[in-house]
Design a protein around this ligand. Structure first.
Ligand SMILES: [Zn+2]
Length: 98
């Protein structure tokens, strides 16, 4: 069984099995964060995972999930939003929405 050594903020170095670590990748693909609960103090720890850490964790068989980062808001969307705020209908639409 592969043992992964990491650190808990409270306890220092801890060793975990791959099953105890959950990796979360952002939509960008090659970086993210990983989560584990410390075997000593049970605190949930979240650590940023660089590209290198991600590839190491994946190679050891850690399960992962992909969180899709929302696409950045475009200039055009902001303009459209500002235009809508200038009009009067948005408030009516808000209050009549069911
Ligand atoms: Zn701990």
């Amino acid at each position: 069984m592969t043992t992964i050594r990491t650190t808990c903020q409270g306890c220092g170095d801890v060793e975990l099995s791959t099953a105890e670590i959950a990796l979360e990748l952002t939509g960008a693909g090659d970086a993210g964060s990983y989560r584990f609960s410390c075997p000593n103090c049970m605190a949930i720890q979240v650590r940023p995972a660089t590209r290198r850490v991600v590839s190491i964790l994946l190679a050891t068989g850690v399960t992962y999930e992909i969180t899709l980062a929302a696409a950045p808001i475009t200039e055009a969307e902001i303009d459209r939003f500002a235009e809508m705020l200038d009009g009067d209908e948005w408030f009516d639409r808000l209050t009549t929405a069911s």
